[in-house]
Design a protein around this ligand. Structure first.
Ligand code: ZN
Length: 418
């Protein structure tokens, strides 16, 4: 059997999907499971019976119901399993371990030098230290990288931002860690986390837009992350906004990111006279701190607030409106380090966004999620639990291994071998 082809058959997938969903969201009724997994209630009833007979799922007490048949939620029996996620940045690795419901149990930040020839060895060492510190079976490791990734299963990354070309991340880490490893673009991983823990519970077609050092976008259509022909979709930061304009690291000019990414904002602050050129940070790591200082000044300087952050909000709103007009999503989620200053972006965004939407969509809701440092790595960890309901087989053999481990953990086995 070719284990990497086309993934599991749906009949094999459904029990794992039910286990994964109960692990991620807690007890759910059969009706809720059927709706979330888009299958018939009858098939959930059958799978539930099977999982109960194997001691992996139990029926909780009857819920009060407003008439009709009372609903008894199903709950995962075993599974003290955890998931691990890693966000790779040019200067550091952020690693988290989390319960299946997304509760972070352990978080570490390790300095990291991507330019070193043994960078992947060092990354594996940092991840192994976390795996050893987790007091539960680990279902797998998700890795989020800036840039494009060929597939979650093979995990070959191209990331000009951190100087990785054709980096065989998946293969190297699997071999060094001995657990399933799934690799994905970091913004797509956040979109997956929204599917599991966030807006994906209410919406099936939405955009995840990140602001911060870079500008990114995850596109979820009908419950699936749209990756494009070879994993390169969603480069909103490189959407051309103005003719001419500043060059971006890829050699274009006038991209959205060169306008309102952190280095673009700082350049604008200097050009508009809000800040002296000698205050400009020289290291990319200092940019976000510099933005925080600018925001603090903007609190008492309305001209700076409007001329820098309001201006950035208008550009972002304009770009987001363009995407909404193109893709007709149900909502837009805004995430990333830059949301710390959202109060200052908001009015500009509202104007840029609403004024450029088609009339029928002018009231489209958007959501700004509270941001914290763990979010990138937790997004990567969500790749692991999401592979338990991977209908289209995108996670391949690694996803099958995760599902085996999930079933093992739910059945009370402490470990399944890779
Ligand atoms: Zn560009």
């Amino acid at each position: 059997m070719n284990k990497t082809a086309s993934g599991s058959r749906p009949s094999d997938l459904l029990p794992a999907s039910v286990l994964g969903l109960l692990g991620a969201r807690g007890p759910m009724t059969r009706t809720e499971l059927a709706a979330a997994l888009r299958v018939s209630p009858a098939s959930i009833t059958q799978v539930g019976k099977d999982l109960m007979s194997r001691g992996m799922v139990a029926e909780l007490g009857q819920l009060a119901s407003g008439g009709g048949r009372p609903a008894r939620p199903l709950s995962l029996v075993g599974s003290a399993a955890q998931i691990v996620g890693v966000k790779v940045a040019a200067s550091h690795l952020a690693v988290v371990a989390a319960k299946l419901d997304g509760t972070v149990t352990l978080t570490r930040t390790e300095p990291f030098d991507v330019t070193r020839p043994d960078a992947l060895d060092l990354a594996a060492r940092a991840m192994r230290a976390v795996l050893e510190a987790v007091d539960a079976p680990v279902l797998g490791v998700g890795v989020g990288v800036p840039g494009s990734v060929d597939s979650l299963e093979s995990g070959v990354a191209d990331s000009p931002t951190i100087g990785w070309h054709n980096a065989q991340i998946g293969a190297a880490l699997r071999q060094k860690l001995g657990v399933p490893v799934l690799v994905e673009n970091d913004v797509n991983a956040l979109a997956v986390a929204e599917q599991v823990y966030g807006v994906g519970r209410r919406y099936s077609t939405y955009l995840v837009v990140t602001i911060g050092r870079g500008i990114g976008c995850g596109i979820v259509i009908d419950g699936q992350v749209y990756r494009g022909a070879d994993g390169g979709a969603g480069e909103l930061g490189h959407f051309p906004m103005v003719e001419g304009g500043q060059p971006c690291p890829y050699g274009h000019s006038g991209c959205l990111e060169s306008l309102i990414g952190s280095s673009g904002l700082i350049r604008r602050a200097v050009e508009a006279g809000f800040w002296a050129a000698d205050e400009t940070p020289t290291r990319p790591d200092d940019e976000l701190a510099a933005i925080r200082r600018l925001a603090a000044r903007a609190a008492t300087d309305p001209v700076l607030a409007e001329g820098l952050f309001g201006w950035a909000g208008r550009w972002l709103g304009t770009a987001a409106a363009g995407l909404v007009n193109l893709l007709n999503p149900e909502t837009v989620v805004i995430l990333g380090e830059g949301t710390a200053q959202w109060e200052l972006w908001e009015a500009g965004f509202e104007h840029g966004f609403r004024s450029k939407l088609m009339a029928a969509r002018r009231s489209l809701p958007y959501v700004v999620d509270p941001w914290d440092e763990d979010k990138w790595a937790l997004g990567a960890a969500a790749l692991v639990i999401a592979s338990s309901f991977d209908k289209d087989g995108a996670t391949g053999y690694q996803g099958e291994l995760v599902r085996e481990r999930l079933s093992g953990a739910a059945a009370g086995r402490t470990r399944t071998e890779v």
